[in-house]
Design a protein around this ligand. Sequence first.
Ligand code: NDP
Length: 446
Amino acid sequence: MRSFLEAIQAGASGEEIAAIPLPDSYRGALVRADEQEMFAGLETGEKDPRKSLHVEEVAVPELAPDEAYVAVMASSINFNTVWTSIFEPLSTFGFLKRLGKESVWGKRHDLPYHVVGSDASGVVIRVGSAVRNWKPGDRVTVHCNYVDDQDPSAHDDSMLASNQRIWGFESNFGGLADLALVKANQLMPKPAHLSWEEAAVNALCNSTSYRMLVSHNGARMKQGDVVLIWGASGGLGGYACQYVLNGGGIPVGVVSSPEKAELLHDLGVEAVIDRRAEGYRFWSDEHTQDEGEWRRFGKDVRALVGEDPSIVFEHPGRQTMGASVFVCARGGTVVTCAATSGYMIEYDNRHLWMKLKSIKSSHFANYKEAWEANRLISLGRIQPVLSAVYPLDQVGEAAYQVHHNLHEGKIGVLCLAPAEGLGIDDPAFRERVGEERITLFRRHGA
Ligand code: NDP
């Protein structure tokens, strides 16, 4: 892939890039099927991505007519890479097997290794014969909604497609690599004012937060809404705060340290709760929740903004869902996309039905939503939340940081890009958006 990197750095044309011979193999971060049981008997926190994630040469897969190869300049760590690397709650090799049974092209994915990663920025180097809108040389970001467009169920909201998948998690050949295999309908234009690593961290979390809060498929936030955001300085939360501020809402951010609280203040979030300092114990033991603690938390939210949140942005899951349902305003919505702390959820249903609250489920975003979310980044209205950068060969350490909640925002990973700060095509627009705003999380993470 070195010739592609040199050509990209030298500003080669699309024709020149298309003429560079493809290698037989490329460098990718992967887990191995023969190591699926390596953490058996360990607690979640003891399972170490540094032991299971390997960076190795793997064969370049064949290109289907509706696909493109992308020379990946940078990628990012998402929580799904943590899940894959600790083989929880399921080993992702089951997903690859299922995809392998679907079609001849699907069969390519069923391998004894899984190249992971659900974000990427880079340059298209080849397109399949059916690809119309993209060509070699295009600078792109990649969203992770992997959909079969011949499936009728994919044609209302593609997230409802019966075989919808997340690329690099439920499919192989993901973005934490020097080359990625993607469907053409995963491609989006790279925001020209961002570096490769700034452009690489957005698509998954930014699109998810967009759907949860802004899209008609989510909670449909409106001006003046109070929105309670768990993990407000994390990957999803960092974008959620920006959507609420942009949309005229009132964010209440929950974090777990004074440093994270300070970061949120710098982002413009005035109402912040440090959950660790407050010491909430929503569960008094493994089986019992404490309504008194829900009430204390609700009072703290009211003390900050004067009312209950009409939207609760949920993803921690078991630890917080009881409190989220309780504090949500009458008629409000708890919008949830995850369960980091456990997926067997318990809440008091009386608080839900008697106060006509709703729980709205959400999962990633369809192409249109991802495109809109990417457009907002390109317009400089949403900023990347990149806080740290690792080289690909330290991907295990990067995943470890996310697994143990040692990070803020998103961790970027340099794949082909030899250093940070490259790939900025529109420095004048960058200046207009403001270096300070673009690099807020990076400065806090430094
Ligand atoms: P991050 O780790 O970047 O952020 C999550 C934040 O949640 C942490 O910063 C932490 O903030 C907070 N948190 C963690 N545990 C708890 C807890 N027990 N109680 C309260 N807060 C907690 O992850 P992401 O934001 O990227 O992802 C969050 C979850 O969403 C993951 O499980 C991920 O898999 C899922 N996800 C789902 C998507 C989908 O499409 N369905 C898309 C993207 C992510 P603090 O300690 O400061 O409070």
